[in-house]
Every structure is written in C-alpha cells, then in structure tokens.
Write a protein that binds this ligand. Structure first.
Ligand code: GDP
Length: 222
C-alpha cells in the first residue's frame, strides 16, 4: 500500500499565541500499563498520546504538563518503559505514554513487539484525539521518526510536532534546526511547538493546542 502524505496537523500560524492556555491540574494519576487492546482501560475519556524516540524527553514533558514531577518516570536509562502507559488527568482526559523507540539495548524480542503494539494502538483506539510527536531539536529525523509520521498520515491521526530541549541551543540555532527538521520530514509548512522541560518554554502553547482537541475536536474519520 502507498502511504499518502496527508498533513493532519491542525493549521496554526498567525496569532497562535492567542491560544496559550494554562490548564488547571486537579488530579493526575497513573492508571495502568498495556500491551494490547484488551489491556487498555475501559471508558471513553479523550486521549492525548505522546510519541518519540527513547531519551527524547517524553517523560519530562508529561511531568511538566501534568505538574507532577514523578508521574512519568524520567531516567537516564532510555528504553526502560516498553509498555503503553495510561494516565488519568482531572478525570477529564487521559495522557498515553507510548513506548520510546530506537534504543539499541532493548532486547530484540521487545523491539520486534514495539511496532505492532504502537501501530495497533494508533489504528484502533477510538478515544485517541491527538498525538504529540516529540523530537529532540538537536537531532535529525531517522527512519523510525519518518515511519511514525507516515503512520499518523496513513491512519489520519491528528498530530502536533514538539521540538524539545530548546534550552540546550541558542535562538539562532533553534531557527536553523527547526527548518532542517521540517525539511527532513518534507513538511515545511508544519508549525512545531518549541519546548523545554527545563525552562517550561512552550508549555502553555502546548496546552492551548491540546485543549482544542480534548474539548472541541471530534475526528469524524475514525
Ligand atoms: P524519555 O526517555 O523520552 O522519557 O526521556 P526523559 O524525559 O527521561 O529525558 C531524558 C533525559 O533528557 C533526562 O536526563 C532529562 O533530564 C533530559 N531532558 C528532558 N527534557 C529536557 C529539556 O527540555 N531540556 C534539557 N536540558 N534536558 C531535558
């Protein structure tokens, strides 16, 4: 089958700062880990999933957004979490931490299972509203990142690209790296959120975007 490049990211652009939004977090709790659909939590809360390479800063982002330091485990040993982890936020929606990819030390059997596990979730989960697709702004997309983006397109899943760890480079480098990454994805028109878990940059902008998908958007394609 051919994978057609349909851009499902919501159009943003001029005046995007107007949507900045600070979500009030009243509760944030781990619900369960899952490998296959029968393990997914029952219920109908809308879901925001987080995807990206191991060590990209996914756990740190979830912790910053939820204002809970230890909600998603943060560590320097990438590849530790190889399951789909569900979190309940405010009893209103769920965060879904998809297992990171591309960590060489993960056993081959686990690595083989990663593709079907994540693809099944993306394909079948009706509660999924939006994927936050995280890239380290200092790294170029590799084959796994490009494959991930193609899944979003193919299954018509709305996604938002977040370029993280921007505190590690200068403003000029940020502009340059942003362009290189979008060009590598062949998506020059995407508007990524520039994020830092260290400084909190991009947090309110990210919430503003997520809020639209949690409370307003119903994706008729799924
Ligand atoms: P995960 O494997 O994708 O969940 O990545 P983690 O959240 O565990 O982060 C991996 C490493 O990157 C940790 O040492 C974090 O402290 C660090 N890190 C994550 N986000 C940022 C960021 O925005 N800025 C900086 N300077 N370090 C970060």
């Amino acid at each position: 089958m051919t994978l057609s490049p349909i851009t499902t990211q919501s159009p943003r652009g001029e005046g995007e700062g107007e949507r900045d939004f600070q979500m009030k977090i009243l509760s944030a709790n781990f619900v369960k880990s899952a490998v296959e659909p029968s393990h997914y939590p029952a219920g109908t809360l809308p879901e925001i999933a987080f995807a990206g390479k191991s060590n990209v800063g996914k756990s740190s982002m979830i912790n910053v957004l939820s204002q809970r330091k230890g909600l998603a485990k943060t560590s320097n040993s990438p590849g530790r979490t190889q399951l789909i982890n569900f979190f309940n936020i405010n009893d209103q929606f769920s965060f879904v931490d998809l297992p990171g990819y591309g960590y060489a030390k993960v056993p081959v059997a686990v690595r083989k299972n990663w593709g079907p596990m994540v693809e099944t979730y993306l394909k079948e989960r009706r509660e999924l509203r939006l994927v936050i697709f995280i890239m380290d702004i200092r790294r170029n997309p590799d084959i796994n990142d490009i494959k991930m983006l193609r899944w979003f397109d193919y299954y018509r899943i709305p996604y938002l690209l977040a370029l993280t760890k921007i505190d590690k480079i200068s403003r000029n480098q940020t502009v340059m790296r942003r362009r290189v990454i979008l060009d590598s994805f062949k998506r020059p028109a995407l508007t990524p959120v520039l994020f830092s878990a260290k400084t909190g940059a991009g947090r309110d902008e990210l919430w503003g975007e997520m809020e639209k998908f949690i409370f307003e958007v119903r994706n008729n394609n799924r």
